[in-house]
Ligand binder design. Structure first.
Ligand SMILES: NC(=O)c1ccc[n+]([C@@H]2O[C@H](COP(=O)([O-])OP(=O)(O)OC[C@H]3O[C@@H](n4cnc5c(N)ncnc54)[C@H](O)[C@@H]3O)[C@@H](O)[C@H]2O)c1
Length: 337
């Protein structure tokens, strides 16, 4: 199948490489508004056609699918044109800047019977696949809480705040692994380091409530001296820590927890601590994007949705939009509809 890539910047260069290396795809045309980016593509992939006008792609009948890796504010218009021109479409995370736009894309994809994939890359890592497998088979018990820290000296974005930039990773992992339904969110954050005329938050904290009473806390920050990518899944049977900065032991499962004993004549319950073994399952370090590129191809071939389809993209945008609303209202609790 012939693929076109729109947006050849930082992430687009990884997308180009993976589509180019794939046996299933023929990387046909690359598009970027910036001539310098196109020159880089030309030096790496001399046979790929180049354009600075996305319309050159949409009007071509020989292009089967389009991957969009441009800044978030441009996702909607480009993805809409791509779907309307009959192309299967891969859009970078987050799918769009608003829920309304995401819903419109889903509707067009459905009407035209096209695959809409949102690049929530983490889902295709062996670590996240393993976590889902463990949760599905009940190894952790019920997931009581989810706690994530995603902080570093990050790239200050000019069109989105740190929530829209980093939290899609945590929200998509949470969504995919637990299948929980988020019902409300509150978020606080600040532009602690002003860098443009817009007030773009660079540090933020999200609290998400789920319909089963469990909670998630997500801390995202572009202004941390250390890089931390750590998630705790607090299970009723076992606890799991996913540390993406670890090379060898990314996942650790702790057989730790508490047992609460009620004694009739004692006012307070007795808390028994269980500190058991820790195991770290071996997981492969296959490149997630390589897996996703192949999965996108297979999904188109078999007309089945990808693991990170438009529905997942929409659910993530719903939480992001509600979190932003809360942020602008001093951390007020906002329902997720
Ligand atoms: N999945 C992931 O893990 C991951 C990681 C990083 C970035 N991203 C996403 O990738 C997207 C791009 O981020 P980036 O860091 O590569 O940005 P970037 O600024 O490095 O690259 C964006 C490129 O798009 C080009 N562009 C902008 N508007 C265009 C248009 N209308 N038509 C054609 N080209 C256009 C720009 O010239 C630039 O070269 C964002 O949506 C971001 O959220 C995803």
């Amino acid at each position: 199948m012939n693929i076109a890539v729109i947006g050849c910047g930082y992430w687009g260069s990884h997308i180009l490489r993976n589509f180019n290396n794939s046996e299933s795809w023929n990387l046909t045309i690359a598009c970027d508004l910036d001539k310098k980016q196109l020159n880089k593509v030309k030096s790496q992939y001399p046979n790929v056609e180049l354009t600075s006008n996305p319309e050159d792609i949409f009007k071509r009948d020989d292009i089967d699918a389009v991957a969009i890796a441009t800044p978030v504010f441009s996702h909607f218009e480009l993805a809409k044109s791509s779907l309307l021109s009959g192309k299967h479409t891969w859009v970078e995370k987050p799918l769009t800047s608003t829920v309304k736009e995401a819903e419109e894309l889903l509707k067009i994809a459905e009407e035209k019977n096209l695959i809409l994939n949102v690049d929530h890359t983490y889902i295709y890592t062996s670590a996240v696949q393993k976590i889902k497998e463990l949760i599905d088979e009940g190894a952790l018990g019920d997931i009581l809480y989810f706690d994530s820290v995603r902080i570093n000296l990050g790239l200050f974005q000019h069109d989105i705040n740190v929530i829209w930039d980093l939290a899609p990773h945590d929200i998509s992992i949470l969504e995919y692994c637990t299948g929980k339904k988020a019902v409300s969110v509150n978020a606080t954050g600040k532009c602690v380091m002003p860098y443009s005329d817009k007030n773009i938050e660079n540090v933020a904290y999200l609290n998400i409530n789920f319909d089963d009473g469990s909670i998630a806390h997500i801390h995202v920050n572009w202004l941390s001296p250390v890089k931390i990518r750590k998630i705790i899944f607090g299970g009723s049977k076992k606890m799991l820590v996913f540390d993406d900065m670890e090379n060898a032991e990314k996942i650790k499962i702790y057989d730790s927890g508490v047992r609460i004993e009620k004694k009739e004549d004692i006012y307070e319950s007795l808390i028994q601590y269980r500190i058991g073994d820790m195991v770290s399952p071996s997981i492969s370090n296959k490149e997630a994007l390589k897996e996703e590129v192949e999965h996108f191809y297979q999904s188109i071939k078999s007309s089945t949705n990808t693991m990170t389809d438009g529905e997942m993209g929409l659910r993530v945008v719903k939480i992001l939009e509600a979190a932003n609303q809360s942020l602008n209202n001093n951390g007020q609790l906002v329902p997720i509809l």
